[in-house]
Design a protein around this ligand. Structure first.
Ligand code: ZN
Length: 324
């Protein structure tokens, strides 16, 4: 009789399955996005993202304490400013909300990995990611402003900056600015393949960053493109990005895999607000088992090739993994 191959042998017991499991989630894989606003005593739930909040700094510190206790990999900080203008100048203000938060977090939790989002769309009155002229987003004049934002975050204590704007040449502009000011140890995690995606809807609620007019298709990528993502990643790496990111995650697992196969560099994936909202809504209706589906989804993102997962489930997933 021909030898029968029996892959099922390695699925017989939980012990064997654990032993041969190829992809294991760790709480250190996760980065938790946080939204900080001015004022005091404010903790407002974001309607389309249950369990996520706009927090004033005092409330933010309570969140941060929980994150540190859970042992999550780090945080990604977004700011919602009181003041917006044409060029988004409050984004690089020394007393901006993100800068204040960075100083406070580093003072109390120096060991926590602190990453800041670097963009202008929350800070511009028109809601686009840079300087606008006659409805056109100007690339090169925006670079200097992005670099100023990154430097102000580094000065306030950020360990890593994450430019999310998709301007050409922003990584090198930021790197040079940081290096000139002796912040050469501050890393850059670049949103390299950021798609013009419908999955960002809830985030724009969260960050108050929807464009007043037009869309972001002239700078974010066409969801139909894959080779272009590799070109973007290569450019960012050539400009000395330390980590490259794919955003969103779930509809772009093939892009994550191509990144992994093509570049020897850490890869991050942003499990975005729309992915979160869809599952939350289905779970509320009892149509899916939230814990099971989220752990499966996060595993798929890691299996595709992302070592780092930015996710609104970071706290829940860390708890679920801890008492798996
Ligand atoms: Zn932006």
């Amino acid at each position: 009789m021909d030898l029968i191959h029996r892959p099922r042998r390695l699925r017989t017991t939980a012990g064997i399955r654990n032993l041969v499991r190829e992809t294991k989630l760790n709480k250190e894989d996760f980065i938790y996005p946080l939204f900080v606003i001015g004022g005091e005593g404010i903790k407002e739930e974001i309607p389309s993202m249950p369990g996520n909040y706009h927090c004033s700094l005092d409330q933010l510190m309570i969140e941060v304490e929980e994150i540190v206790k859970l042992g999550i990999g780090g945080i990604l900080l977004f700011g919602i400013p009181d003041h917006k203008d044409e060029i988004g100048s409050s984004a690089w203000s020394e007393d901006g909300i993100v800068q204040q938060a960075c100083r406070k977090i580093k003072e109390e939790y120096p060991e926590l990995l602190l990453i800041t989002d670097v963009c202008l769309c929350q800070y511009t009155s028109h809601g686009h990611c840079g300087t606008l002229e006659d409805g056109c987003l100007l690339n090169d004049p925006t670079l200097e402003n992005l670099a100023k934002v990154a430097l102000s975050h580094a000065k306030a204590g950020a360990d890593m900056v994450a430019p999310s704007d998709m301007m050409d040449g922003r990584v090198i502009a930021i790197r040079e600015k940081l290096d000139q000011a002796c912040y050469d140890d501050v890393a850059i995690m670049s949103y390299s393949a950021k798609y013009a995606s419908a999955f960002y809807g809830p985030f724009r609620d969260a960050a108050h960053s929807a464009p007043k007019q037009g869309d972001r298709k002239s700078y974010q990528m066409d969801p139909a493109n894959s080779d272009e993502a590799l070109r973007e990643m290569k450019l960012d790496l050539d400009e000395s990005a330390d980590i490259i990111m794919v955003k969103p995650a779930l509809a772009y697992l093939d892009i994550i895999r191509r990144a992994k196969d093509n570049f020897i560099t850490p890869i991050a994936a942003y499990n975005v607000s729309g992915e979160y909202a869809m599952i939350k809504a289905a779970a509320e209706k009892d149509w899916v088992n939230e814990k099971a589906i989220v752990l499966e989804m996060l595993t798929s993102i890691k299996r595709a090739g992302a070592e780092i997962i930015i996710t609104y489930w970071a706290k829940d997933a860390a708890k679920w993994i801890n008492d798996y």
